[in-house]
Design a protein. Structure first.
Length: 161
């Protein structure tokens, strides 16, 4: 099933492929009992990958979207205004570990399009990232049929492993 914000563009085959790549990155996350394992990829409108990241890549409180955005070269930052971010989990709208959320980072960069698989469960915080991004006029597409794959590296948190 695919869900989008009202009036949003439809998902493409490339969206599915790139979201599956982001989900694969989530398997690189160091294990945690207090945070989800998430992967993210930032892609320019011409298909060039600007950044890849995953949770806890460089430190224990780093989120995947932060990691991917940090990889975007300074000379490419202007390209974010026409880019898409693919993330295995809905961007966070509240954090216990840092003040700036992934939703706020995305809004600050101007990224207009967000594609994700799994809605954030209320295990740690209430997830409202998709709602906030949609209200801000961003295109938000959920490929919920890929949510099971995005949950896999998090089964230890969900009582499945």
């Amino acid at each position: 099933m695919t869900g989008t914000t009202p009036g949003a563009g439809a998902a493409t085959p490339a969206d599915r492929e790139l979201l599956l790549e982001a989900i694969a990155l989530a398997h690189r996350c160091p294990p945690s009992r207090t945070a989800f394992s998430v992967g993210a990829i930032v892609v320019a409108d011409d298909g060039a990958v600007l950044g890849r990241g995953w949770s806890r890549r460089h430190d224990s409180t780093e989120h995947a979207e932060e990691s991917a955005l940090a990889e975007v070269a300074a000379g490419d930052r202007h390209r974010l205004r026409a880019a898409t971010i693919y993330t295995s989990l809905e961007p966070c709208s509240k954090r216990a570990s840092r003040e700036v959320t992934c939703t706020e980072h995305i809004l600050a960069t101007g990224i207009p399009r967000i594609v994700f698989a799994w809605s954030e469960p209320e295990l740690f915080v209430e997830g409202r990232g998709a709602e906030i991004l949609g209200r801000a006029g961003r295109t938000v597409i959920q490929l919920s049929d890929l949510a099971g794959a995005a949950r896999e590296p998090n089964l230890h948190l969900l009582g499945g492993a």
